[in-house]
Ligand binder design. Structure first.
Ligand SMILES: *Cc1c(COP(=O)(O)O)cnc(C)c1O
Length: 376
């Protein structure tokens, strides 16, 4: 375990992330306290409208967290009859476990597909090859904030009659041909976990879609399956975005584009400054398509690089050390051969990335990388 007592450059300092907006956040929180209304009220309505407009979707439904957003999308499709028990959902093999959990929680079968080596995202050719008679949906994850190849995936989904779902938990504000993450498939899930590009001060999530029937179903499902008080059409969940978090998110949303621009500037400084034969830099993709949730480099001897950076006061993390098919929770998938995914998990290292990193901190990270011995 690499530990840095007090890192000069912390991986992510959430206090610092929210400090610039502290006055606005406290004013908004005070309003909620005084309102006497804490669940399913005006703040949520307003946030849903504002974030739907930002993403360019007709509907936005606030829920308790990102996992529930994913899970309730699939559940709503199951209710509608578009998905049935045992149907297959194509997922990236190298994702955060939530993408898998949402699938299996709905008694659907995840089919992990290896990523494109350069983008870390679903490879459309491999997706096409993985489609079988029971495949009903593709779940694209915009990993590390970079959009998956949505035009290619949408073309496959249309031609093969599949649903296309976005896991946009890391990609708030990323855009492709003028359309933002959340509006690029049939439905999308967002997380507002504090460390995300659009982060609440607690848990939160949302479902974005143009599909009115789907939005109506998720709206009922998040609230005990209840379209109106004490009428329960389905056996729903309790997963709501509360007024306090909605109020925090309305403040943070106003600054999302500025925050993302700062992240982009940090990424550009890393990309320009780090030139090292043992450190492979991430590909930015087309302009605007990367929200730089994480800046993930690759190195054949990742742990040596990690320790070197720690000694220089740079805190790093690994997203993620163990892929879902190697987790005890998915022992049934253990025998899958996913060599590219296994290699990625052994090589990836996330450098500090935040909208509040200062120039001197970015410079420290670049210098620390450059001082890594060629052959440690
Ligand atoms: C964070 C995350 C989630 C889950 O969001 P929570 O709000 O933590 O439940 C799902 N998918 C991806 C890719 C994520 O990064």
């Amino acid at each position: 375990m690499v530990s840095v007592a007090t890192p000069d450059v912390p991986f992510l300092d959430l206090g610092a992330v929210n400090a610039p907006y502290a006055d606005e956040l406290k004013a908004a929180a005070g309003k909620v306290v005084d309102s006497g209304w804490y669940v399913l009220g005006d703040e949520l309505d307003a946030f849903e409208r504002e974030f739907a407009r930002y993403c360019g979707t007709a509907h936005m439904v606030g829920v308790g967290n990102g996992l529930d957003a994913l899970s309730l999308i699939l559940r709503a499709y199951r209710e509608r009859g578009a998905l049935a028990e045992g149907d297959e959902v194509i997922v990236p093999a190298n994702t955060f476990i939530a993408s898998f959990l949402a699938v299996t929680a709905n008694r659907l079968v995840p089919v992990p597909v290896e990523p494109d080596d350069a983008s870390f995202n679903l490879d459309p050719a491999r997706v096409e090859a993985a489609i079988g008679p029971r495949t009903r949906a593709i779940m694209a994850v915009h990993l590390y904030g970079r959009l998956a190849d949505m035009p290619a995936l949408a073309e496959i989904a249309r031609r093969r009659g599949l649903l296309l779902i976005e896991d946009a938990a890391q990609a708030h504000g990323a855009s492709c041909h003028g359309r933002r993450a959340g509006s690029l498939g049939d439905a999308a899930a967002f997380s507002f976990y504090p460390g995300k590009n659009l982060g609440a001060l607690g848990d939160g999530g949302a479902v974005a879609t143009d599909d009115e029937d789907l939005a109506t179903r998720v709206r009922a499902l998040r609230n005990y399956g209840s379209p109106e008080k004490y009428r329960h059409d389905t056996q729903g969940a309790n997963s709501r975005l509360d007024e306090m978090q909605a109020a925090m998110l309305r403040v943070k949303l106003r600054h999302l584009d500025t925050d993302n621009a700062h992240r982009r500037a940090v990424a550009e400084a890393y990309l320009a400054g780090i030139r090292h034969p043992a450190i492979r830099l991430p590909a930015a993709g087309a302009p605007g398509t990367h929200a730089w949730h994480l800046f993930v480099v690759r190195s054949a001897r990742r742990e040596a690089l990690r320790e070197h950076l720690a000694r220089q006061g740079i805190q790093t993390l690994v997203h993620y050390p163990v892929p879902p098919h190697r987790q005890p929770a998915y022992a049934s998938l253990r025998n899958l051969r996913l060599p590219l995914t296994d290699r990625l998990h052994a090589e990836v290292l996330s450098l500090p990335m935040a909208a509040v990193l200062r120039d001197d901190q970015v410079e420290r990270v670049v210098e620390a990388c450059m001082s890594y011995p060629d052959d440690p």
